[in-house]
Ligand binder design. Structure first.
Ligand code: PMP
Ligand code: GLN
Length: 388
């Protein structure tokens, strides 16, 4: 019998993601679930019908490795219309198994053992393991203050000859903050005359509020020439379970990324590509998303305005972070578990995104939920605020 006890782990620090932990706990206790980021309402029937139609029409075999031309054309046109950047539809775009696979391919393609990759914290949890698997070293820059601004001095100090890549994420998970034009211009200036690659995670590009404009890396020539922009259909079209995403990058970078795409999945879901290619012909499907989610954010915040949970209002994504320090000084992981088991509401403790798991007494709530769910959740938060 083989003995695998001493097999060296390639990710010794790897643990089950907080998103699985909290979602499973929520299912077990049958709670209101505002933890993992997914909507609890349906994706558009029209889009589902387009997928069914594509299947019935016989689009059930491998599509081209980099995606069907009709969908590449749509996405390339979207970048041109929204951000004024023309990507080549044959050589500068691929469709991936969610943004997750795009991020993985982008990092593994370029990060070599010993390379440093700058990651702003708090950060989404997939960058770090990808960097480590590639033998790279994540170098953290803490976002500062209530509105999680980039500390430019800290960033500048951490850039050196080993810096291969910088990862940005706007709108930002978990904080709901956004990078503005001035930030992107500063970054552009800072990276001028370097060979640093920019990995820009823009999965929430259309979930942006209060009249703000998404500042895609593709909009800034000095960034676009070094940027791999990752996006997710799941976030935009309420179907995270379909796991469909894409990335765009200058040809010279995409040539390398595609080798990893080829080796990991080769290509992704053909009928869904057909459906998205049709659906994207009506831009209102994504252009109206900001208003749609802003209403949800506002409803949720209005319903909890009299509680002792304090919010720095989310500017983008479908997450709202709430500070509970006026209610209890419990460790956020414990408090979020107690919210599930004693109060029937699931959230995500923000410490898991922080450097060394720093606990700032904050929980993240996903407000991509029906009004009924938001009302029930708010009732629970009001009760907690009164009782604890
Ligand atoms: N980046 C961020 C910041 C995310 O929140 C998510 C969603 N989980 C992803 C990437 C991955 O997106 P996908 O579900 O399309 O793989
Ligand atoms: N993006 C989702 C979130 O932040 C989770 C996706 C996942 O479970 N990996 O909640």
């Amino acid at each position: 019998m083989p003995n695998f006890q001493h097999l060296p782990s390639k990710l010794p620090a790897g643990k089950t993601s907080i998103f699985s932990i909290m979602s499973n706990l929520s299912r077990k206790h049958k709670t209101i679930d505002m933890s993992q980021g997914f909507p609890n309402f349906e994706t558009d029937m029209k889009l589902k019908e387009l997928v069914c139609k594509a299947m019935k029409d016989g689009y059930n075999q491998y599509p081209p490795m980099n995606g069907i031309p009709e969908l590449r054309e749509q996405i390339v046109a979207k970048f041109d219309n929204l951000y004024g950047k023309k990507y080549d539809e044959t050589t500068e775009i691929i469709f991936t198994a969610g943004a997750t696979q795009a991020l993985y391919c982008a990092i593994t393609a370029f990060v070599h053992p010993g390379d440093e990759v700058i990651v702003f914290k708090p950060a989404y949890d997939s960058y770090e393991p990808d960097i480590k698997l590639a033998g790279g070293k994540p170098v953290f820059v803490q976002l500062k203050g209530e509105d999680f601004k980039i500390d430019w001095e800290d960033l500048e100090q951490k850039i050196n000859s080993k810096t291969r890549m910088i990862v940005i994420n706007t709108p930002h998970n978990p904080t709901g903050t956004i990078l503005r034009e001035a930030d992107m211009l500063k970054l552009e200036k800072l990276l001028e005359n370097t060979n640093i690659i920019l990995l820009s995670d823009e999965v929430y590009e259309h979930l942006i509020f209060d009249g703000e404009q998404h500042q895609s890396a593709s909009k800034f020539p000095g960034l676009a020439e070094r940027a791999i922009v990752c996006a997710s259909f799941g976030k935009t079209f309420h179907n995270t379970g379909w796991k469909m995403g894409y990335c765009v990058a200058p040809e010279i970078l995409m040539k390398e990324i595609i080798k990893f795409h080829q080796a990991t999945v080769f290509c992704v879901n053909h009928p869904m590509q057909r459906a998205f290619a049709e659906y994207l012909k009506e831009p209102e499907h994504y252009l109206e998303l900001g208003d749609f989610y802003q209403e949800k954010r506002d409803k949720f915040l209005e319903l909890i305005k009299d509680t002792r949970f304090k919010a720095v209002i989310s500017k983008g994504t479908y997450f709202q972070v709430l500070d509970y320090s006026e209610i209890t000084d419990e460790y956020d992981v414990d408090f979020s578990k107690r919210l599930i088991t004693e109060f029937g509401l699931a959230s995500i403790p923000v410490s898991v995104f922080n450097i060394d798991g720093k606990d700032n007494k904050q929980l993240r709530f996903c407000f991509a939920k029906t009004d009924d769910t938001l009302e029930k959740a708010a009732k629970i938060l009001n009760r907690i605020s009164e009782e604890l």
